[in-house]
Design a protein around this ligand. Structure first.
Ligand SMILES: *Cc1c(COP(=O)(O)O)cnc(C)c1O
Length: 215
């Protein structure tokens, strides 16, 4: 599917949900995609991209940022504390803040660097053992903790369990965000971004639907 098709599907979903056109930010997830495909999407004007791994992002994005102005890079995958500095130097947003230790590291580095990317706190809405994120019952406390550290918490992020109706998870995430006064909702991927938009997503993370299957 082309970038234009995805953008028009997002616009339709915004209108259908009674939301403003442009309310939703499309994050084009370029992880594991050949550079030529990423460059083609940059040529079409897309500037917001998502990467899963700091190392992979550091390998390709400094070059792209030299060639294309205004790149907005979002880290959407798990972040180890020993990669936090590199992530903060390279990325404009981090969607995977999932534990107090990482939050404290980010707060310390923010002081040191004098800036901090926009942060989304990951909630493990499906309470899956193998998945990162705070449990729904711990979310309010974690949000408060991050805010007390003066971190720029923009919103929440979730990755619903595979094979389940994502809608219930999006609703739960939206409910936690609303009761904490957070506006950002990073939810929805290739298979369910329209559902996520209907439920208030502000950022959708779409990879394979734009770029094709990953190598
Ligand atoms: C890979 C990935 C995506 C994009 O998935 P697609 O199904 O290719 O759209 C979105 N979010 C996260 C956290 C991912 O790791």
């Amino acid at each position: 599917m082309s970038l234009d098709e995805i953008k028009s599907r997002i616009a339709k979903a915004e209108v259908a949900a009674g939301r403003d056109l442009g309310a939703v930010t499309l994050i084009a997830v370029s992880k594991l995609q050949p550079n030529a495909r990423v460059a083609a999407v940059l040529e079409q004007g897309q500037r917001c991209f998502g990467e899963n791994r700091v190392q992979e992002a550091a390998g390709k994005w400094p070059d792209f940022m030299q060639r294309f102005e205004g790149v907005d890079l979002h880290l959407i995958g798990p972040l180890q504390t020993n990669k936090a500095r590199q992530a903060m130097e390279l990325c404009h947003a981090i969607h995977s803040v999932d534990r107090p230790k990482l939050a404290k590291t980010l707060a310390r580095l923010a002081q040191e660097l004098g800036h901090c990317p926009d942060l989304f706190l990951q909630v493990n809405t499906g309470e899956e053992d193998q998945k990162a994120g705070v449990l729904p019952t711990g979310a309010d406390g974690f949000i408060t903790e991050c805010q007390a550290l003066d971190l720029p918490v923009k919103g929440l992020m979730c990755i619903p369990p595979v094979g389940e109706d994502a809608s219930r998870h999006f609703a739960l995430l939206a409910e936690i965000a609303a009761r904490n006064g957070l506006e950002g909702l990073s939810m929805g991927m290739s298979s369910d971004f329209e559902t996520a938009i209907a439920q208030g997503a502000t950022h959708v993370r779409v990879g394979s639907a734009i770029f094709g299957t990953r190598g």
